[in-house]
Design a protein around this ligand. Structure first.
Ligand SMILES: *Cc1c(COP(=O)(O)O)cnc(C)c1O
Length: 378
């Protein structure tokens, strides 16, 4: 007996306006780039494109780090790549937890056999740098400080420059999650002295999901080289991945790179370079101000204090008596607009309105304000 062929036709997705916590709107120019012919992943034309992608990524990260490349996998794989390579069994790691993504870092440290020292802060607030300093004083043998620069679950931004300086003073390396900050607010890897950072393609870079730009300092690479135990992940072991990404003329097969998605990332980074990164940061700020003005005009208020707020992720408190799911369903069905719900402890309490990458536009701000006014009947 054979299984009957299903009668399914091609999938034609609806046209949405994406103003959630990612993915953000993907410009047609990027989608067009991804539709170009697939070539071999060891083809010299492809490896030239990879070299350009690394150069463009160094600009996005504001770093000279040689080891800067996109991991084949979503931001979560970039995260794991940082932790599995840098955390060895027994390493003390100070983990800052002020939202969902800090919690994931903690889970990574535990799974790598590290000894986590958790610095807790309220959801919706930046990491308290004084608590981190105190944690280092109490645990001078700490090897790594891990923190989320832009907590997408709450919309809070932490002071990465100060956190990295504290870690350095105490002789520790830093791992920074900049999934939501890269391309949206300043991420200054070299100026801040960050040792390992991971991001994602689908937030302020406005590419499709599935790639994770990462960057590692020389100090981080030294720690990986000095490991006495092998990295427990074969796929993410930097020593092996490097044979492909930096083979310098003699690249060896590690895994088949996601060719067409990488065309997309190349185009997305090119768009960022053409605009100029400072201009991109300023645009996110300006659009945030416009959105904030409109939302506050409707009586909505923000979860995060203004000096700790991310322009690209706006968390607003749900007004009394509003049905969370029903409102978001109306936004989607009547206005083709996606916004984000609250996560974890903030589920049902906030909405997360993203202004990431191409979604940080006046057109999107206008669409959002009009739709919100309709569903809130203000
Ligand atoms: C989205 C996000 C991630 C995870 O990225 P995925 O591509 O969904 O795996 C990690 N950290 C932060 C802060 C994020 O916003």
């Amino acid at each position: 007996m054979s299984v009957t062929a299903p009668t399914i036709t091609s999938f034609l997705p609806p046209h949405r306006t994406l103003m959630g916590p990612g993915p953000s709107d993907v410009p047609q120019r990027i989608l067009d780039a991804m539709a170009r012919p697939t070539i071999g992943h060891l083809d010299p034309a492809f490896t030239d494109m990879m070299e350009q992608t690394k150069t463009l990524l160094r600009y996005a990260f504001q770093t000279e780090n040689k080891l800067t490349f996109p991991v084949s996998g979503p931001g979560s794989v970039g995260m794991e790549t940082c932790f599995v390579n840098l955390v060895e069994p027994g390493d003390k790691v100070i983990v800052c937890s002020n939202g969902v993504f800090g919690g994931r870092m903690l889970e990574n440290v535990k799974r790598c056999g590290g000894v986590p020292i958790v610095v807790e802060d309220a959801w919706g607030r930046a990491v308290d740098v004084a608590k981190v300093e105190a944690a280092f004083m109490a645990h001078p043998d700490t090897k790594i400080l891990a923190f989320v620069h832009a907590e997408t679950s709450t919309g809070a931004q932490s002071d990465a420059a100060t956190l990295a300086a504290i870690a350095r003073k105490h002789g520790a390396l830093t791992i920074m999650d900049c999934v939501t900050s890269l391309g949206g607010t300043p991420v200054l890897i070299d100026a801040w002295g960050i040792d390992a950072a991971y991001s994602g393609s689908q937030k302020c870079l406005s590419c499709t999901p599935g790639l994770s730009p990462v960057t590692f300092s020389e100090r981080a690479i030294e720690k990986v080289r000095a490991r006495t135990t092998p990295v427990q992940s074969w796929f993410m072991d930097l020593n092996l991945v490097l044979g492909y990404w930096s083979g310098e003329g003699k690249r060896t097969y590690h895994h088949t790179a996601p060719i067409n998605p990488l065309y997309g990332l190349h185009e997305a980074l090119l768009i960022l370079a053409e605009e100029g990164i400072e201009k991109a940061w300023a645009r996110h700020r300006t659009m945030h101000e416009a959105l904030k003005h409109g939302l506050e005009g409707m009586g909505l208020s923000f979860l995060v204090p203004s000096d700790e707020r991310l322009p690209q992720l706006n968390s607003v408190l749900l007004p009394e008596g509003i049905d969370d799911a029903a409102c978001r369903a109306r936004l989607l069905n009547e206005f083709n607009l996606e916004i984000g719900a609250g996560l974890g402890a903030l589920a049902g309490k906030i909405w997360r309105i993203g202004l990431m990458g191409a979604s940080a536009s006046q057109k999107n701000v206008d669409t959002c304000l009009k739709a919100m006014a309709a569903v809130l009947a203000v």
